[in-house]
Write a protein that binds this ligand. Structure first.
Ligand SMILES: *Cc1c(COP(=O)(O)O)cnc(C)c1O
Length: 375
């Protein structure tokens, strides 16, 4: 069959033909499946190992990404932990971006410190910084582009080529770009991961994570084993909801991206705004790289520095009506967040940084809300 567009795959990939010829796969809540008389098993044995709803959503995710394998987890953090636990080893070294999801940093700083894993946090906006940070025991280069929350851009092609030359594994946390805007597997990344809590779910009602790869070696297969053994698997209902949500993911993401571009442009000329971080703006320091590696939009996250201090930034968030002050991103509803307040003991965000997650609301309503809050 002719290769299908992501918009078609998001609706149909991974469809199963049930006994009743359902158009929508039923939810398989059973934790266990009956054995044959001779003790052998059918396709399913026990739901932690495999479940029809999880297999269906994994197949859809793999096809959307264009990857051979998708391994679903109960959250983005469970996916990150599975990658660290399988790819890292005691006394190794990992390179991560200085601007990086705070949970990723915290996981390394707490649990993997006990393995004596050393971490270098570097500014990856220049690929040469990555090359300089490599040590003899560097096992993994972790990329996050655009990064959370400063929307820094890493040149995927350049960093992947440095990693390959040095025999180092690469992972990209592609949560902000999604497979619609940024192809990572095709660029040669070893593993790509997502918090499916964000754009894939899109309705702020399920947690989830996924690891995707084209590799079929022992190390890659151990991630599947880890999923089944460690057991941080998504429930059948969460898989079913995710599968349903994925159908509209390309449409939602496109609508949100269009809104985000308009909002970034509006804010970049507003006198109460000190700076706008958005890779789609020509003023973004790595706009040329973003343009090269991001198709179909620059994402839906716009971070800003509000003129003044933390008080001014918080006053702005509290004056907004449509944008709700809450953590998370990627949902149909617009959210606003003061990042420094949620980053814990080692915050990386400036005190006047506000992150906006742009939803699918009508653009004029979002613009009016921002205008009145900045007055
Ligand atoms: C939210 C997020 C995560 C963590 O995912 P959870 O589903 O919350 O566990 C990881 N990376 C990025 C970029 C995120 O935005």
């Amino acid at each position: 069959m002719k290769k299908q567009h992501i918009q078609t795959l998001a609706v149909h990939a991974g469809e199963t033909k049930g006994k009743n010829k359902d158009i929508i796969q039923p939810i398989h809540l059973s934790t266990t499946f009956e054995r044959n008389e001779d003790g052998t098993t059918g396709e399913y044995i026990y739901t932690r190992g495999e479940n029809p709803n999880r297999i269906a959503v994994e197949q859809k995710l793999a096809q959307i990404e264009g990857a051979k394998t998708a391994i679903a987890f109960a959250s983005g953090m469970a996916a990150i932990n599975a990658l660290f636990d399988t790819l890292l080893e005691p006394n190794c070294h990992i390179i991560i971006p200085d601007d990086c999801y705070h949970g990723t940093r915290q996981l390394l700083d707490t649990f993997f410190k006990r393995w004596n894993v050393t971490t270098n946090r570097i500014d990856m906006t220049e690929a040469t910084h990555v090359e300089k940070a490599i040590q003899p025991n560097t096992k993994l280069i972790w990329i996050e582009t655009p990064s959370n929350p400063q929307l820094k851009i890493t040149d995927l092609e350049a960093v992947i080529s440095i990693a390959k030359k040095n025999n180092i594994l690469t992972v990209c946390d592609n949560t902000f770009a999604t497979p619609l805007a940024q192809k990572t597997i095709q660029n040669g990344i070893d593993y790509v991961m997502y918090s499916s809590t964000k754009f894939f779910s899109g309705h702020s009602d399920i947690l989830g994570g996924v690891v995707l790869t084209n590799k079929e070696d022992e190390l890659s297969q151990s991630i599947r084993t880890y999923q089944k053994m460690a057991g941080a698997v998504p429930s059948p209902f969460d898989c079913w909801l995710l599968n349903r949500s994925l159908a509209t993911f390309p449409l939602r993401f496109r609508a949100q991206s269009d809104n985000a571009i308009t909002i970034a442009n509006f804010l970049s000329t507003h006198p109460s705004i000190e700076k706008v971080f958005f890779p789609g703006l020509a003023s973004h320091e790595n706009h040329h790289i973003a343009k090269k590696q991001m198709q179909n939009g620059f994402g839906t996250i716009v971070s800003i520095l509000v003129k003044g201090n933390q008080e001014n930034a918080l006053a702005f968030t509290n004056k907004l009506h449509i944008f709700k002050h809450a953590t998370s991103l990627g949902g149909v509803e617009s959210l606003v967040e003061h990042r420094r307040s949620v980053e814990g003991t080692n915050p990386i965000s400036p005190e006047n940084l506000i992150r906006l997650s742009i939803g699918i609301e009508y653009i004029d309503d979002l613009l009016s809300d921002l205008k009145q809050a900045l007055e």
